[in-house]
Write a protein that binds this ligand. Sequence first.
Ligand SMILES: [Zn+2]
Length: 270
Amino acid sequence: MFQDISPHIFNNQYVPCDPKEGDIGIFVQNGTVLCKVEEGTLSMPVLDRQSSKSASRYLFSIDDINFFRLSDKDSFPDFSTRTYHELFSLSPDWLVFGALTALRLATWYEENQYCGRCGSRLEPSAEEHMLFCPRCGNQIYPRISPAIIVAVRDGEKLLLTKYAHGYSHYALVAGFAESGETIEETVKREVLEETGIHVKNITYFGSQPWPHSGSLLLGFYCDLDGDNSITLQESELSVGTWFDRASLPVQQNTLSLTSTLMESFRNGTI
Ligand SMILES: [Zn+2]
């Protein structure tokens, strides 16, 4: 999946250090990141002695390469900004993972400059990725939103959907956790809301950080409980249908938790 970058090692403990030559600079602007793309290969700004002066915040490291947020892009005139979607399928995988994770974290810094309680300018913590208000003491942490993706089984059939807007390929029922519910209750509620069916035997499958939306995706599989008639929530979905295991559509994107769940059903693993 997207986060599987072995043998490279992602280290997100907050251990700030001075930038060194060869580290990577992350400049973000309105949800885009400064980079270069050539024939499917991603390049990121590599810091030298001069450009490292604009490194404003340590983010994390992969192997011995540190990622720093940049305060300006002046040292990299031949780079341009790109969106999440333009980067996702590029190579090498570890750099794409690093760039998108850094884009999410640096965007969080960019979007949280003032205290939501009193309006004072926030300051970064010296010990962790946290912003605090020197006036009222308010603390702000990176926002990570839990969301579920669920493979609903009816014997040899799997429930697939298509969104009403945006992503046009087959998907699984998905949605964000709401206040006051357990993640298993999120699964039941989302399936019922989107397709009108009840489920049982909810089993955890695995998780995936998803920088596009700042979510932590939690994958489950479960079984139909009762009537298999689908009543679509048309504001969210355009298609909801049962597919036989043998005729499950092939996923274009093999990096996602959705495709991993679907392939696991095809292979009989779940
Ligand atoms: Zn404040």
